[in-house]
Design a protein around this ligand. Structure first.
Ligand code: C2G
Length: 134
């Protein structure tokens, strides 16, 4: 069984997230997604619109996702890869090169981001639409 893992916040879940997860699922037989906890996100300078339990439930409900774990620190990846018997680590290419050090434990792939959408742009759209309705 070929096991794949990825990490992310997945706030305001959108088509860019789904495209990535479905493409990662195609790379193997089992996909684990480590969803960033609210505390870890604060360390990333991110304030989420949705709390961890909602973000993790949405990701876990996807047909292409087999397991959800917590992402609590930057340096848990080597342990996760070894303990979970991961064959492939994948993530969007906005992280290109940042996780090459994992190549000693597993294959590392960077997949093209979906252009034209991001959690930040969604937040701005929502805020602008709210203003327009005033
Ligand atoms: N993504 C994408 N296309 C977009 C937006 C996001 O492919 N338009 C991908 C990102 O590249 C990432 C995943 O979706 O692989 C989740 O994105 P975020 O929720 O923004 O997660 P991020 O802040 O990149 O956290 O340890 C790694 C970090 O936790 C990654």
């Amino acid at each position: 069984m070929k096991r794949v893992i990825t990490y992310g916040t997945f706030d305001l879940f959108h088509i860019g997230h789904l495209n990535l997860l479905e493409r990662l699922a195609e790379l193997g037989d089992h996909l684990t997604v480590a969803v960033s906890t609210d505390e870890f996100n604060l360390g990333k300078g991110k304030v989420c619109s949705m709390p961890y339990d909602e973000r993790s439930r949405i990701v876990g409900a996807l047909r292409c996702v087999d397991r959800v774990i917590q992402e609590e620190s930057w340096d848990q990846k080597p342990r996760d890869v070894q303990e979970l018997g991961i064959d492939v680590f994948g993530i969007g290419d906005d992280w290109q090169g940042k996780f090459d050090h994992l190549a000693q434990y597993c294959e590392v792939v960077y997949l093209t981001r979906t252009h034209g959408i991001s959690t930040t742009s969604l937040k701005l759209d929502i805020a602008m639409n709210a203003d327009a309705r005033k």
